[in-house]
Design a protein around this ligand. Structure first.
Ligand SMILES: *Cc1c(COP(=O)(O)O)cnc(C)c1O
Length: 382
């Protein structure tokens, strides 16, 4: 089995599985509520995980790390909060490279508020056009939303430029780091970003847990997203006052085990080291790009010099789904389709691509198997 669908979700290392088993075996309890020992232990471990995440991302304060169910939840939380802060005629900028989860919530926000959505265009390499971006910025711009790395093409976006220029006109910036975090260790204070979101399941952690990082000042400005237990200071039928950060945004019982395992996944990745991971993955990317390019009629989409280990491609005249099905029969897992990024596919005028995405645990031998499989698929289908 060759697993090249890492951009959809990563495999879970034994070290992380052990932490999950340990939780359910030894200290499964609800947090922040009980005085009993198990509840204390679960609370301590959960809050330690939050600190691990704070350190990993270099957030200034631990309460700037909000646990969510994942990137999609985090984005919706922010989009919902901005309903209260936007007025008709305000502008939101997104990019042509976005995942659907980074387009739809903003369209919904625009419908609620009368704000207008603007799109940063991209070029043939799958790179965002920064001149066009700068021209879109105006005093009406209130928010900019861009992914750090495109899940469909692997492009690493110039987020420092995007953040700095948005700040010059007073707009807030949310960066979707779902695809970046498996490859890069972002320094959120250095980036000076207002919001940053990620999912644990793409960084060797479990599904159903992720984070919203927000600068304290911004999180204080946003109203709570969901009401319920855990997020209140005091409740009467006349008036409820909300808890402080981070609990204001964490209504109900969270994914306790998931949060703890997320911390364990980051510890695991940091023990390997993100520089070593990036170096190795770049080697895989170069190797895979070279070998796949040798196949006649194969076209790679996303050819930026700044990209991570994602290769999106098609065989001339063959539907990506057919290629993916044959590869699957050969024991090679790739993703086919529009990768939740239909606007990108429309730009290239294709129904989708075959996407092979490599992680640090993949090998060149596996890439050889893929190349062989693609050659076989080509023979069978043409
Ligand atoms: C995977 C992904 C998402 C969605 O993440 P979920 O974990 O499904 O919420 C959003 N944006 C990008 C760039 C992604 O790769």
């Amino acid at each position: 089995m060759v697993y090249f669908d890492n951009a959809a979700t990563s495999q879970t290392p034994q070290q992380v599985i052990d932490v999950i088993v340990d939780y359910y075996t030894n200290y499964n309890a609800n947090i922040h509520r009980g005085v009993h020992t198990l509840s204390q232990e679960a609370t301590d471990k959960y809050e330690q995980a939050r600190q691990t995440i704070q350190r990993h991302f270099n957030a200034k304060y631990v309460h700037e790390v909000i646990f969510t169910s994942g990137t999609t939840h985090s984005i919706n939380l922010v989009a919902n909060g901005f309903s209260a802060l936007l007025e008709k005629g305000d502008e939101i900028i997104v990019s042509a490279l976005e995942h659907h989860s980074n387009i739809v919530p903003w369209q919904m926000l625009c419908e609620r508020t009368g704000a207008i959505l603007k799109v940063i265009p991209m070029n043939q390499h799958g790179e965002l056009e920064m001149d066009a971006y700068d021209a879109l910025l105006s005093e009406n711009t209130k928010l900019v939303f861009v992914n750090h790395i495109s899940n469909a093409l692997g492009t690493i976006n110039p987020i420092k430029h995007i953040i700095d220029n948005a700040h010059q006109i007073g707009a807030a910036v949310l960066i979707d780091g779902a695809q970046a975090c498996p490859h890069i260790k972002p320094d959120l204070q250095d980036l000076n970003v207002d919001f940053y979101v990620a999912s644990a399941h793409k960084i060797c952690g479990p599904t159903g847990v992720g984070i919203l990082y927000g600068k304290e000042e911004w999180l204080n400005k946003l109203p709570p997203y969901q009401g319920g237990g855990e997020m209140i200071a005091e409740v009467t039928f006349e008036k409820t006052t909300y808890a402080g950060l981070p609990h204001k945004f964490e209504a109900g019982t969270p994914n306790i085990c998931g949060g703890i395992a997320f911390g364990a996944a980051l510890n695991y990745m940091n023990a390997i080291g993100f520089e070593a991971i990036a170096d190795y993955e770049n080697e895989l990317l170069d190797y895979g790009t070279e070998k796949l390019s040798e196949i006649e009629g194969l076209k790679i989409y996303g050819t930026s010099k700044n990209k991570t280990s994602v290769i999106s491609f098609n065989l001339e005249g063959i539907h990506p789904y057919d290629v993916g099905s044959i590869l699957d029969k050969l024991g090679i897992a790739v993703r086919t389709g529009h990768h939740c990024a239909q606007p990108i596919m429309n730009y290239f005028n294709i129904p989708g691509t075959v996407r092979a995405s490599f992680a640090f645990y993949n090998t060149k031998t596996e890439i050889d198997t893929l190349v062989e499989g693609v050659r076989k698929a080509k023979m069978m289908l043409s």
